[in-house]
Design a protein around this ligand. Structure first.
Ligand code: PXP
Length: 255
């Protein structure tokens, strides 16, 4: 029987909206509390080098006031490592970060960056922070992640989501096979498997049917849907979609 699947709501774009006017509204902490009330298990926030959305004081307030785990997305830089060690979030997801990109465009290259990442992962894990590495579902990346002491990976599913949205069905099918096989391999290697990036109700339902995946992190689509339906309703609908997908997996109806 598959374990339940956790929903992590990424509140970065509530902060994007707040920062567009430079004031305090809308407050990402208020959004985080509402998301938890509506069924989120964790809150995720990415503290970027340029502080374009989440800021240091947001992280401090989230840690002080949230009753659920906080997953801090961060680049593996000296600055972010120091912040994580000081603030001690429940979890840290290490992501690649390029200054000019609009969003996190690809996964970490754990193969090429093994020597740089190893001490960062070790220090965070030793501090009791559950580390995950945001990577593509490629065999060599997953195997390299398992050689680090990271307890978890998060599979970057953006390429699959983009292929579906753009109607490139052959590409979508190929990406799906990579995600499915990568999730299986990661679990066999003892890694906890998460997924995220670009998910909507339909893709979250489908991903939730993979029994190896225990957590999804979802942001942009939820905040976008909140404009139409309200944040509580969009989180509830996402929870329902994921539970439906997971139930299909339990009953053997998964792809
Ligand atoms: N997971 C990680 C590691 C990410 O970097 C992001 C984007 O910040 C997400 C999940 C959420 O992606 P989206 O906003 O497209 O749902």
């Amino acid at each position: 029987m598959s374990a339940p699947i956790r929903l992590g709501i990424n509140i970065d774009h509530v902060a994007t909206l707040r920062n567009a006017r430079g004031g305090a509204h809308p407050d990402p902490l208020k959004a985080a509390k509402l998301a938890v009330e509506a069924g989120a298990n964790n809150i995720t926030a990415h503290l970027r080098e340029d502080r374009r959305h989440i800021r240091d004081d947001d992280i401090a307030r989230l840690i002080a006031e949230l009753e659920c785990p906080l997953n801090l997305e961060m680049a593996a830089t000296t600055e972010m490592q120091a912040i994580a060690l000081k603030t001690k979030p429940h979890a840290a997801c290490l992501v690649p970060e390029k200054r000019e990109e609009r969003t996190t465009e690809g996964g970490l290259d754990v193969v090429a960056q093994h020597n740089m990442l190893a001490p960062v992962v070790a220090e965070l894990v030793d501090a009791g922070i559950r580390v995950s590495l945001f990577i593509a579902a490629e065999r060599r990346q997953i195997e390299a992640a398992s050689r680090l002491r990271s307890p978890a990976i998060e599979i970057h599913v953006g390429a699959w989501c983009d292929a579906l949205t753009e109607g490139r069905m052959d590409d979508a099918e190929a990406e799906w096979r990579c995600i499915r096989d990568g999730a299986r391999l990661a679990q066999e290697l003892g890694l906890e498997v998460h997924a995220g990036h670009g998910l909507n109700y339909e893709t979250a339902e489908r991903i939730a049917a993979l029994p190896e995946i225990v957590e999804l992190n979802i942001g942009h689509f939820i905040v976008g849907e909140a404009v139409f339906d309200g944040l509580g309703e969009s989180v509830r609908r996402m929870r329902e979609a994921m539970d439906k997908g997971r139930a299909a997996s339990v009953s053997g109806r998964a792809p």
